[in-house]
Design a protein around this ligand. Sequence first.
Ligand SMILES: NC(=O)c1ccc[n+]([C@@H]2O[C@H](COP(=O)([O-])OP(=O)(O)OC[C@H]3O[C@@H](n4cnc5c(N)ncnc54)[C@H](OP(=O)(O)O)[C@@H]3O)[C@@H](O)[C@H]2O)c1
Length: 190
Amino acid sequence: MKFSAVVAVDLGWLIGAEGRLPWRISSDLKRFKALTMGKSLVMGRATYASIGRALPGRRCVVMTRREGFEAPGCEVVGSVREALELLEGEEEVVIGGGAQIYDLFAQRLDEVHLTVALGRWEGDTRMTPLSPEGWRVERAELHEAGERDDAAHAYVVLRRVEGEGALSREALEEVPRAWWSEEALERVEE
Ligand SMILES: NC(=O)c1ccc[n+]([C@@H]2O[C@H](COP(=O)([O-])OP(=O)(O)OC[C@H]3O[C@@H](n4cnc5c(N)ncnc54)[C@H](OP(=O)(O)O)[C@@H]3O)[C@@H](O)[C@H]2O)c1
């Protein structure tokens, strides 16, 4: 079973504000849809509440410790173990957040689809920064802000590799420098 995560962070690894995304980047929402369609999608109860419904075309799994929690159109599990049992045999499981759920699966992730919204926002939920060790930059793209977007963003695909430090300045040399602000590079090195 392959585990991937789809996550959007700002330059300070912020992912949420008052139960919502801090920014609006419509092309990133489309990408989220494309990356998760037809797959199993695991999310925390808070993220489910923020979306407010099951996402069509995906096997939605909601994690909660609440007994008897109901999420129409989704399957509900009470632990990582239960989630793994439920999803046994699935080809790919996408971890859709939020911060608590990324933490729970961090050690199992094979691939991360990381959107970096190029700015800093106010908010209350941050992802634990990815470790600088063990990731290779597979792909990196810069997307300028569209008319209905709050900011430009970078889309980076990271693949887990053994024994290599990949989220380093050296590794990011593969990525045209112009795609990253100095601030983003400094953040990545922390
Ligand atoms: N930028 C992004 O890519 C992105 C992606 C997803 C979400 N978000 C944002 O992130 C915020 C939500 O993140 P969050 O970290 O606060 O919440 P979350 O991870 O979505 O959900 C947390 C909940 O998951 C359940 N949970 C946690 N650990 C568990 C375990 N070991 N076993 C069973 N259930 C467990 C608990 O539910 P109970 O309290 O019901 O027990 C907990 O309250 C929102 O603002 C959302 O918009 C952003």
